[in-house]
Design a protein. Structure first.
Length: 84
């Protein structure tokens, strides 16, 4: 749980602000991670969150031509539980 607390929770909380690209999400959390994570490891961590069902990938559209990520239902439950 140590890595999830240090890295995962700030990522999930930032995603609670709304869907975004991975780069936009990185910009949101980079300062909070205090150099604990490189861009490459951030992408790996995002893949882990996706495989754990906490994050979903949204399809591209005319309004959003780049792949975006958002919280899944499980991810939303987790963030709400952490807020309580």
């Amino acid at each position: 749980m140590g890595m999830m607390k240090r890295i995962g929770i700030p990522i999930l909380e930032a995603l609670a602000e709304g869907p975004c690209t991975r780069m936009e999400l990185w910009d949101r959390v980079e300062d909070q991670l205090h150099g604990n994570l490189t861009w490459e490891n951030f992408k790996r961590f995002m893949s882990m969150l996706r495989s754990d069902g906490m994050v979903v990938t949204l399809p591209c559209s005319v309004e959003h031509p780049h792949t975006r990520v958002d919280l899944s239902a499980d991810g939303q439950e987790f963030v709400q539980a952490m807020a309580e």
